[in-house]
Design a binder for this molecule. Sequence first.
Ligand code: PRP
Length: 214
Amino acid sequence: MRYLTFALTKGRLANKTLEMLEMLGITCEEMKDKSSRKLIFVNEELKLKFFLAKGPDVPTYVEYGAADIGVVGKDTIVEEGRKVHEVLDLGFGKCRMCVCGQEEARELLRHHELIRVATKYPNIAKDYFYNKKHQTVEIIKMNGSIELAPIVGLSEVIVDIVETGSTLKENGLVVLEEVCPLSARMIVNPVSMRMENDRIKELIVNLRKLLQEG
Ligand code: PRP
């Protein structure tokens, strides 16, 4: 039997995924050793391999078939636009993609003014403003701490992830518009989906059952 390889998003999403897999009896003891510098972990018995990657790299590994299966946020799937099958909403990592800014920016949005939008997600921002809202804006790609942009006057608004809303609140910002809801998703390489259909289907069915049981 060939190995099925999983690419997991380093951090909370990977931890949550491993917890779920463990409930199905799929474990990876090696991975629990936090002091290890190892990058890839094997479950010989079940013929599975796991590795951790940065979110935006997960769809890349899956598109090229270096991983059969990936777990990553919906935000990253949409932003990266890779050729992968999204097969399951895992229900955790729930948050929202939003347009945020200071309250005063609401009027600028309403009047379709030519504003600046800072974001880590330029493709999502472009699609939202150009295709959905038919509003011309200037998009500025940033790499993190996006909430700074409207505070220091780089942009009028941001397109960013809101989970609890506390980052916004602590910085005097508000949600102005909602772009879409987000959560962790399972993605599959299209060729793997055909070649390993039985094993992957079984995994999806079992995960779905687990999700329904709550
Ligand atoms: C994300 C996001 C917000 C924050 C939202 O940032 O970009 O800044 O979390 O969470 P909250 O609504 O619960 O406050 P992340 O911590 O991933 O880091 P980043 O600033 O580098 O993007």
